[in-house]
Design a protein. Structure first.
Length: 197
């Protein structure tokens, strides 16, 4: 069972809400797009983004935390205020969106092996790929096709982004341990994302 501190819960909630609002603004072409089209349906759109960001971002971070704690490591999510403000301001433009809201901080006394580090790192992208596949399977049954397509594509995109083999991304830690452990999920997420479009 995962352990959470009060600060961590607050950081997760703040990050989730800010990212959801930012993503809703961005996908409505930013501030000018909303002013032009009106506020009709914006609250519903924000609720949809809470679900999207909840599965893509929150589950990603909690998966890292779960695996790290299963190895007895201290692991807590910490928001990055500068990254959250930057994401919100960029979303107002409607042209470009980039989010670095924070990360799960993991502390060890030096005994963490490359294997443990890789397994902890792959957990987040694996959660995104799983959510994306489940969303497509439910969509295939005819339920909420537009929303589920969007949900799947965001999760696959987040998996690909985090699997980039560039420090400090998850991919850099995974590829250092086992190239196949990195390559298979990277290709799977890329193929699934391409197949949507």
């Amino acid at each position: 069972m995962m352990k959470f501190s009060r600060n961590e819960v607050n950081d997760l909630l703040i990050s989730w809400i800010v990212l959801s609002v930012a993503f809703a603004l961005f996908t409505r072409d930013g501030l000018f797009g909303i002013l032009k089209a009106g506020f009709s349906g914006l609250s519903t759109h924000i609720l949809q983004m809470l679900v999207v960001v909840g599965t893509a971002f929150v589950l990603h971070e909690l998966s890292h935390k779960y695996v790290a704690q299963s190895y007895g490591l201290w692991a807590e999510y910490r928001k990055w205020n500068v990254g959250l403000i930057f994401a919100f301001l960029l979303s107002l433009t409607g042209f470009f969106f980039f989010a670095a809201p924070g990360a799960v901080m993991i502390m060890s006394t030096g005994w963490v092996t490359q294997e443990i580090e890789a397994k902890t790192s792959i957990a987040g992208p694996a959660a995104n790929i799983t959510v994306g596949i489940v969303a497509l399977l439910i969509r295939g049954a005819g339920f909420f096709p537009g929303f589920l397509t969007y949900l799947a594509s965001i999760n696959f995109f987040l998996a690909i982004f985090n699997l980039l083999p560039i420090p400090p991304m998850d991919g850099s830690k995974i590829i250092r341990y086992n190239i196949l452990m990195w390559l298979i999920p990277f290709i799977l997420a890329a193929v699934m994302l391409i197949s949507i479009f």
